[in-house]
Design a protein around this ligand. Structure first.
Ligand code: HEC
Ligand code: HEC
Length: 311
């Protein structure tokens, strides 16, 4: 029993063919998908099949279909890593071949040095100086502009190479005497009060000031502003390596710690030490030329008048 075919019906308002479907008096108009859409759809289907053949695609019992192109994500990763290694090698060679000043002036090389230095810092330095280089008791903060041995690029580089009181022939070195065997306990207290007054402006005393002039100024300077040639910290800036209350100061005067910073010359290649120096210098407290100032202009910046101990 075949039904007689319905004649094609047209919507009376728009004149468009209907599909013959009707719901509660609403008729569905026949709008087939546009031809271009169908073509794109078919192309993507064919593309997908091609993709399955060429690339790894379907899971199988023993793994997955491998694809005819032999592509694997492991292979791609290995290729990309190889490229990075080559580029790194290129940069390392360039860093080796250029002076610190030259690296600073080359934006691309400089960026690479800072990034590399940051990684090396985490590996080699953060155990003592902290991941953010903010230091801690006995370990100087490398972010601020308070430098014991100097904060221009060359000085930082030199400190890294030779260390401080370390096993290097040219290590930076100086020994603050243990005043427990030289001064009476009350004198140590007086001089500690005087030292504290240098940054607070309070509690100075004549005896302490006189003792300071006699025993301490040779290294720390008349005003206590520090002496970089002997690594004597600035005592007037309220930044303390070993604590800033009177008891801390008296303890350091009685028995100095003689902090040790390792030498890196024998442990790290020179290009790595250069990157580390540039990274540390970039942290915010770096002195001297940052990009364009010629290096001859850097030596007079930053408390250099206190650099030589006054007799
Ligand atoms: C074993 C602990 C230790 C490690 C590791 C260490 N340092 Fe130091 N560092 C010190 C100490 C302690 C001092 C302070 C020395 C002093 O009393 O003059 C210092 C001082 C410095 C200074 C001189 C700061 C100034 O004010 O002049 C720089 C720069 C520095 N460190 C950078 C580094 C870098 C970069 C690394 C990693 C390659 C590193 N340090 C690893 C302990 C360490
Ligand atoms: C031979 C040079 C020398 C002389 C003299 C000297 N100092 Fe020092 N002083 C240093 C050095 C170097 C340090 C670095 C600390 C360390 O590692 O022991 C230091 C550190 C200090 C500190 C710790 C600073 C901080 O940031 O925590 C104080 C305080 C201090 N000295 C006070 C004195 C006083 C007071 C005298 C005199 C009674 C004196 N020093 C004499 C070289 C000297």
């Amino acid at each position: 029993m075949t039904e007689p075919q319905k004649p094609i019906e047209r919507d009376e308002h728009s004149g468009v063919e209907t599909t013959g479907h009707e719901w509660d008096g609403l008729k569905e108009l026949n709008h087939p998908a546009p031809r271009w859409w169908l073509i794109v759809f078919l192309i993507t289907c064919i593309w997908a099949v091609g993709y399955w053949v060429v690339y790894p695609a379907w899971p199988t019992l023993s793994g997955n279909t491998k694809g005819t192109a032999g592509w694997t994500s492991h292979k791609k990763l290995a290729e990309e890593q190889a490229e990075i290694t080559v580029r790194r090698g290129e940069f390392a060679d360039k860093i080796k071949a250029h002076t610190l000043d030259e690296i600073q002036k080359d934006p691309e090389l400089y960026a690479f040095a800072v990034a590399g230095g940051k990684t090396m810092f985490k590996e080699n330095c953060s155990a003592c100086h902290g991941t953010g280089a903010a230091g801690g008791k006995g370990y100087p903060n490398l972010n601020d502009d308070d430098w014991i041995w100097g904060g221009d690029l060359q000085s930082i580089y030199h400190t890294l190479k030779v260390g401080v009181r370390a096993g290097h022939d040219d290590t930076r070195s100086s020994q603050m005497p243990a005043f427990s065997g030289i001064l009476k306990k009350e004198d140590i207290n007086h001089v500690a009060e005087h030292v504290l007054s240098l940054s607070t402006g309070k509690g100075d005393n004549e005896a302490g000031a006189a003792l300071f002039k006699q025993n301490c100024a040779a290294c720390h300077g008349e005003q206590g502003k520090g002496g970089r040639s002997v690594g004597a910290p600035n005592l007037a800036d309220a930044i303390w390596l070993y604590g800033g209350i009177k008891a801390d100061i008296a303890a350091q005067v009685a028995n100095p710690r003689h902090g040790v910073m390792p030498t890196w010359e024998s442990r790290l290649p020179d290009e790595t030490i250069k990157q580390l120096a540039i990274y540390v210098h970039s942290l915010g407290g770096g002195e001297g030329a940052t990009k364009t100032i010629p290096s001859s202009a850097t030596t007079s910046i930053g408390g250099e008048e206190a650099a030589t101990p006054k007799e």
